[in-house]
Design a binder for this molecule. Structure first.
Ligand SMILES: CC(C)(COP(=O)(O)OP(=O)(O)OC[C@H]1O[C@@H](n2cnc3c(N)ncnc32)[C@H](O)[C@@H]1OP(=O)(O)O)[C@@H](O)C(=O)NCCC(=O)NCCS
Length: 182
């Protein structure tokens, strides 16, 4: 896949991404609100290898899409995409940007392009995302793109780092809402 935005290129991860990928995927702070653990070099290399996809949109499993900055080819983050196993017309997304490059609108630009592709070329009906209620940067990205907060799940996630239960929000965007402006 090759999806261009004004500043970014969304494409599959490749072995040359290892150093850039490790910069943020080995950082516990980045993964704080994601159900993932920091990766070692070997784990990251294996993970990138496992992401050799041919086509976008796979039911029941996450696909990780690299976010490359066009100006210098740097991998600045990645998006995750999964079509629901039982209902592949509903997609779930996630996203991560290297802290060194956060706050520049990259996540919004990348997720916006991915969502456009899902509603356009893939004919997806709805895009959803589950976010930790303590992670406003994440739900701000969704709200800027026009997603609605559809559910507040009370104490539904046990965070092993804090040893306690926390709230989560489900966000959703319908195809007919896309492009109305967030
Ligand atoms: C969530 C994340 C991807 C956002 O990446 P980003 O490239 O900085 O996002 P953007 O610049 O497009 O937008 C971020 C928005 O959140 C806002 N924001 C950032 N931190 C915030 C905070 N603590 N409180 C409120 N808003 C915050 C920014 O101001 C910006 O909104 P604005 O454009 O209205 O000013 C990034 O913070 C990240 O990788 N976090 C760690 C991984 C993660 O938690 N991913 C989400 C789980 S699915």
């Amino acid at each position: 896949m090759h999806l261009h935005t004004p500043r970014l290129l969304l494409r599959w991860l490749c072995p040359d991404d290892l150093e850039d990928f490790l910069e943020y995927r080995s950082d516990p702070a980045v993964l704080r609100y994601q159900s993932m653990s920091p990766m070692s070099r070997a784990q990251a290399a294996r993970f990138i290898k496992s992401q050799a996809h041919k086509a976008l949109g796979k039911a029941g499993a996450y696909q990780q899409i690299g976010i490359e900055r066009q100006s210098d080819g740097k991998l600045v983050g990645d998006c995750a995409l999964k079509l629901r196993a039982g209902e592949p017309r509903i997609a779930e997304v996630g996203y991560t940007v290297n802290p060194a490059f956060q706050g520049q609108g990259y996540a919004t630009e990348a997720v916006g392009a991915l969502v456009g592709e899902l509603f356009g070329r893939l004919g997806i009906h709805k895009v959803a995302a589950l976010v930790d209620a303590r992670n406003p940067a994440s739900f701000r990205v969704l709200e800027k793109l026009g997603f609605a907060r559809e559910a507040h799940l009370r104490l539904s996630y046990f965070d092993p780092i804090d040893g306690d239960w926390f709230d989560e929000y489900w966000y959703g965007l319908l195809r007919e809402e896309w492009g109305r402006g967030g």
